[in-house]
Write a protein that binds this ligand. Structure first.
Ligand code: TXA
Ligand code: MG
Length: 343
């Protein structure tokens, strides 16, 4: 399939880009797939209410069909078409954080097809904070189901070139905007239970959500268990399919401990691996540079993969901080939970 790539980074000043977004919107309306930028990562969109279009997303990504997809909207009113019940907490969070990197899980209306929600009785919805995404959704006139626009198992795409690498030849349109500002995926919060529960951490933290709602916010046990790894070895948890997320080709290790010691150990390990003939890449963000780490982490993984390294050594972020916790969730998944602790 021929893929049209429209450059829309300067779209506000560029008449051609505005008409290209219109062309992309009509592809969506007609059941086609369009990759587009959001503030978190690039999405691979389809009309959320068109089962066949959504099924094509799974095919293009090679994604298991029981993994539900987030629906993107451009105005809060569209929630009424998707959610059977809209709790007050959802309205409060929408007021506080939308448009922005927060996804809410709500009970779904029957109109939302099973293929979009992976057969679940719930639906995940967010309003992205990106002018191209919002314009695309508005012009399409339909809610847009969109997972990250990477091949399943590869790091999420945060630059247009990543989408081209993974999707060129597989989908009709890529809207190539600039680099994604946030760089890791949205926070997913489940509002269908007795208290809100974070299913996927992101830069909007449990603490911030709790403050806005004035209540406690839980963390899904599957997320917490990722942080519960053995000394110097992979996690005891059986690494199922979901752990294939974000995996670089290289074998990756995360070093945890006091920063000075982490740097020493990484340097030592690098020498040792190189003496054994391995090519080694290092990922070392400042421990509390959360936004910068989020912005660059996936791009760095792809860059190291492209450079052909077969070992990646990474320094842990401060996971006591909610934003650091979100970046660490991705680091640990990428490393297949291989953690080395240093004293
Ligand atoms: O930032 C983001 O959220 C990006 C951009 C494109 O918006 N999208 C994204 O989608 O990361 P995806 O499909 O890669 O991740 C969606 C996550 C998955 O972990 C999925 O299991 C969860 O949201 N999810 C979707 N619908 C759900 C539901 N009804 N209940 C529970 N989890 C759900
Ligand atoms: Mg994804």
């Amino acid at each position: 399939m021929e893929t049209k790539i429209y450059r829309v980074a300067e779209w506000e000043k560029d008449k051609q880009a505005i008409s290209d977004i219109g062309a992309a919107a009509s592809v969506l309306r007609n059941g086609g797939l369009v990759a587009f930028p959001t503030e978190t990562v690039y999405g691979l969109g389809a009309d959320a209410l068109n089962s066949e279009a959504v099924a094509d997303i799974y095919r293009a990504k090679g994604r298991p069909s029981d993994n539900p997809i987030i629906i993107h909207i451009a105005d809060v009113g569209t929630l009424n078409r998707l959610a059977a019940k809209i709790p007050d907490q959802a309205r409060t969070l929408a007021d506080a954080f939308w448009p922005g990197p927060l996804t809410m899980v709500l009970s779904k209306k029957p109109e939302v097809p099973d293929v979009t929600t992976g057969g679940l009785p719930t639906v995940a919805v967010r309003m992205p904070d990106h002018p191209v995404a919002l314009e695309l959704i508005r012009q399409a006139g339909c809610p847009v189901a969109a997972p990250s626009a990477n091949l399943s198992g590869k790091p999420s795409p945060t630059r247009a070139i990543h989408v081209e690498e993974d999707m060129k030849g597989k989908i009709p349109v890529i809207l190539a905007g600039g680099d994604c500002r946030v760089g890791i995926e949205s926070t997913v919060v489940d509002l269908t239970g007795r208290e809100p529960v974070i299913l996927r951490p992101g830069l909007i933290t449990a603490e911030e959500i709790g403050q806005v709602l004035g209540c406690g916010v839980g963390m899904d046990s599957a997320v917490l268990s990722e942080f519960d790894t053995n000394e110097d070895g992979p996690a005891p948890k059986a690494p199922g399919m979901k752990y294939r997320h974000y995996a670089p080709k290289a074998e990756m290790i995360v070093f945890k401990g006091p920063r000075g010691r982490v740097e020493e150990e990484i340097a030592k390990r690098k020498k040792r691996e190189e003496a054994l003939g391995h090519s080694v890449g290092v990922i070392l963000f400042q421990e509390t540079a959360f936004e910068e780490a989020a912005h660059n982490f996936f791009a760095r993984l792809r860059e190291l993969d492209a450079s052909g390294v077969d070992r990646i050594l990474a320094g842990a972020m401060d996971e006591e901080n909610g934003k650091g916790f979100a970046v660490m969730d991705r680091m640990l998944k990428s490393a297949g939970y291989h953690v080395v602790r240093v004293e």
